[in-house]
Design a protein around this ligand. Structure first.
Ligand SMILES: *Cc1c(COP(=O)(O)O)cnc(C)c1O
Length: 361
């Protein structure tokens, strides 16, 4: 068997090694049950302890109060694109969206399919989404304002969230949830496919405020109504037990090993800083995102030619560095350095980048 590589995949992505080891050691006999976590009932005391602990840790890490429910849904972040407008926007009410890339564009499309009145309050499409827009044309009585907090593909991230003057913010935080502390109070809904920063694929974390829950119409399908999940603690039907278990372990690692979101943020800044510093000083590498909009999670950069980019990615893998190919809509290279990617992995990448430049620059 080959050694484990430094994994820079955009998603599913690297998980903390201690989490993988704990899964492995508990896999055949979970918590003294004599069964694997994949074999126990979701109505058992063993699974109950898992989901309650995951919820409690989410509350503590994000500092959210009882107005918020923490839910676990299937269908990924992509299903949230449809559920948010379905539940929270009444007919005739305007919904504001800020378009910062591929995922925002998909979210807008789902609201439009449902015939909602969509106001694109700002967009950075004019420069292939290389920046976060500053000027917003918000609707004062909008049902909500939807943003994508981190643009996984384009390599941009909201450094601070916009002031929406009391209109609830909705954020797709799939690729930066739990990467930094923030004030949750202005948010009505936060959702995140787990497979970037908090777990495996198959579960989407949803944090929803009670005043938005009260808006859901009665005539939408049961499984697309947030209240179904809120009323049954995410267990109206069988939840993705294994995925929730891994999320629980990641949150435990964040709290107990990393020490919380402030510590995580400090480490993430140091990691991203190493790569951005090199890119800034180099004539060879060129960042694709504006400096004031750069993501701490997905570092996107180009090389002088596509041929060099292909060689960069292929030789990286030979050196134990995987997942560095950029998304086809941006091209070039992307290093996804979520919470679980270690400083040592980033240092190895920066060393490799220096060597590659010396040999090819
Ligand atoms: C990956 C990603 C998605 C899509 O998530 P799925 O869980 O695959 O539906 C949506 N939004 C963002 C920001 C993402 O990074």
């Amino acid at each position: 068997m080959h050694a484990r590589i430094h994994n820079f995949n955009p998603g599913p992505a690297a998980l903390p090694l201690p989490v993988l080891e704990e899964i492995q050691s508990s896999f055949l006999n979970f918590s003294g049950s004599g069964m694997s976590i994949t074999e126990v009932s979701h109505r058992s005391k063993w699974f109950d302890a898992v989901i309650e602990d995951a919820i409690a840790r989410t509350r503590r890490l994000l500092g959210i109060d009882q107005r918020f429910k923490v839910l676990f849904l299937q269908g990924g972040a992509s299903m949230q694109f449809a559920m948010a407008p379905m539940n929270f926007a009444a007919a005739g009410q305007t919904v504001d969206y800020i378009n910062t890339g591929t995922w925002s564009t998909k979210a807008i499309k789902e609201a439009e399919i449902q015939g909602k009145t969509v106001n694109v309050a700002a967009s950075s499409e004019d420069r292939n989404f290389a920046y976060i827009p500053r000027e917003l044309d918000l609707t004062p009585d909008a049902a909500y304002v939807h943003i994508t907090s981190n643009n996984t593909i384009k390599g941009t991230q909201w450094a601070a969230f916009p002031d929406t003057a009391g209109v609830p913010l909705i954020a797709d935080m799939s690729s930066d949830i739990m990467s930094r502390p923030f004030d949750a109070a202005p948010f009505g809904l936060i959702y995140a496919g787990a497979q970037k920063n908090i777990g495996p694929s198959g579960v989407c974390m949803v944090i929803v405020r009670d005043d938005l829950l009260a808006r859901s119409p009665a005539d939408i399908p049961t499984m697309l109504n947030y209240n179904t999940y809120a009323d049954k603690n995410s267990m109206y039907n069988t939840p993705p037990c294994f995925a929730i278990y891994v999320v629980q372990l990641v949150l435990k690692w964040l709290e107990e090993t990393v020490g919380g979101l402030a510590q995580m943020d400090a480490l993430n800044r140091r990691k991203a800083g190493l790569i951005y510093d090199l890119v800034e000083q180099s004539e060879f590498y060129r960042g694709t995102a504006d400096a004031d909009s750069r993501s701490l999670m997905n570092v996107t950069f180009r090389l002088p030619s596509e041929d060099l980019e292909q060689r960069f990615v292929a030789q990286a893998l030979e050196n134990g560095l995987g997942g560095l190919k950029g998304h086809r809509s941006v091209g070039g290279c992307r290093a996804s350095i979520y919470n679980a990617s270690e400083m040592a992995a980033v240092e190895a990448l920066v060393d490799y980048m220096r060597t590659f430049e010396q040999r090819n620059g």
